[in-house]
Write a new protein. Structure first.
Ligand code: PEP
Length: 248
């Protein structure tokens, strides 16, 4: 179901101590001004439990940055979707550009990860986005279209309730260079119409990610096809993160 959502991806940041500090600071911000938007943190897996221990707000939930494409078994180092679900994880990132680039995740891997999420009642946050060369060549819509098609066409038993798409132009991630509201809206509208025509899902949530901060969140979130944000750097600052979630 389409709804507003802001998720904070902590990536490989924080220690046990600083994760507690960040969660405490988020709690304080949420107590100051109760929030009506769905909001979630995606800490390193080791610190998930401390984020799920407490009910920060009825709209607060916790995600995981990566899950295994396989079901349980002899896969040393992997975290299964069933494990994540049993630890009260609601969201799992799938296909983040850093995982695609540094861990060589293929479209087939991503399709399998989405399947594991659906089987275990976890919402897959499926990330897509073009590189700078595609933006410069003008080929970006085609690139994103192919990313969406290549993965979603392979997923068995796709369930709209278990899928969110995040458009994250790679050139905007961690660079400080945000897509303009118009640039983001153009791609979001294309994704919405593609998912609708191919899969019949007309009310999927589509998040924007890429140097989103309090100063630009409002103009992005007001766009008709942008339903919220996947936040990296700014999610490590409680005030900025909650301010972004309050930008609807
Ligand atoms: C991300 O990595 O998903 C992201 C959006 O990062 P940042 O906000 O730092 O650009």
């Amino acid at each position: 179901m389409r709804r507003n959502l802001v998720l904070g991806n902590w990536k490989q940041n924080t220690t046990k101590e600083s994760a507690v500090e960040l969660l405490d600071a988020i709690k304080l911000e949420l107590e100051k001004a109760p929030i009506s938007t769905d909001i979630g943190v995606i800490p390193p897996a080791l610190f998930i439990e401390m984020a799920t221990e407490e009910q920060y707000s009825p709209h607060f939930s916790v995600g995981i940055q990566n899950i295994s494409k396989t079901q349980k078994g002899a896969f040393t180092g992997e975290i299964g979707a069933d494990m994540a679900a049993s630890a009260s994880v609601k969201y799992a990132l799938v296909g983040h550009s850093e995982r695609r680039a540094y861990f060589n995740e293929s479209n087939q891997d991503l399709a399998q990860k989405i399947e594991r999420c659906i089987e275990n009642n976890i919402v897959a946050v499926f990330c897509v986005g073009e590189e700078l060369k595609d933006r410069k060549s003008g080929n970006y819509l085609e690139v994103v279209k192919q990313q969406v098609n290549a993965v979603l066409a392979e997923v068995k038993h796709l369930d709209i309730e278990k899928l969110v798409i995040a458009y994250e132009p790679v050139w905007a991630i961690g660079t400080g260079e945000t897509a303009t509201a118009e640039q983001a809206q153009e791609v979001h509208a294309m994704i919405r119409s593609l998912v609708n025509s191919k899969l019949g899902f007309n009310d999927i949530s589509i998040l924007y990610g890429g140097s989103c901060k309090p100063s630009n969140a409002k103009e992005l979130f007001i766009q008709p096809d942008i339903d919220g944000g996947l936040i990296g750097g700014a999610a490590l600052n409680a005030q900025d993160f909650v301010a972004i979630a309050n930008s609807f």
